[in-house]
Design a protein around this ligand. Sequence first.
Ligand SMILES: [Fe+2]
Length: 245
Amino acid sequence: MGTMQWLKHFEASALRERDVRWGGSLALDPSLVASLQTFQRGLTSPGVNLRTKVRRACTPEYARCIDLYVAEKAVHADLLMRLLWDAGSEPSKRQWTDFLFRHVRRRFDWARELVVILTVEMASSPFFRILANNVDDPTVRRVLELILEDQAYHLGFHIDHLREVMEGRTGLERLALQQLSGALFATTLSIVIADHRELFAALGYDKLKYWTDAWNLFAQVQTGLNGSQHLAAVLGRDPRLKFAL
Ligand SMILES: [Fe+2]
């Protein structure tokens, strides 16, 4: 999709009602509460730095998209905050991984900062999917489904714009960016797994499954950013590649 289409999408999405039946107090496992706190903190950002950089370097339409994208993340942070309140908890004020990511991001130009943001989107999507499918509480599931729906668009939005940026850069620079992204992704996943190990244990969920699914998503995103049209022909239609899920 082009930038104008994305703008329309985000404008419509901002107005969309995200209906959750808030039913009062929630009895959630402490490990789930801790995980929700981490992601709530990560989603809470006015994006001052990114929005300023984008305004300087990109079109006004794209800058507006980024404003709305950041605002949508704030909506997600709000939903998670309400879950935390209903669970008798509160959002956490400080979180070391969040602190680290914020500091890494700020040093980059807007495109590199977006690569970092995209990395976090790619790590969080399969994680939210695990929670949405495995947590018992219907309110938590509903909130996560709503976030996941938007999140899929976030990935598409970043791919659409970063692909253009990639095309304007040299082969060596693209390779360096992909390597940076891969290294950052491996680190991010390791942090997620270490940070949320108690939740993985509480859900009885195999961490390697999360790791593998996340890399699968990473590969798909890389195809969107740098890949050719041949991959579908090589993999998607090969009848020998069969597995049941
Ligand atoms: Fe997102």
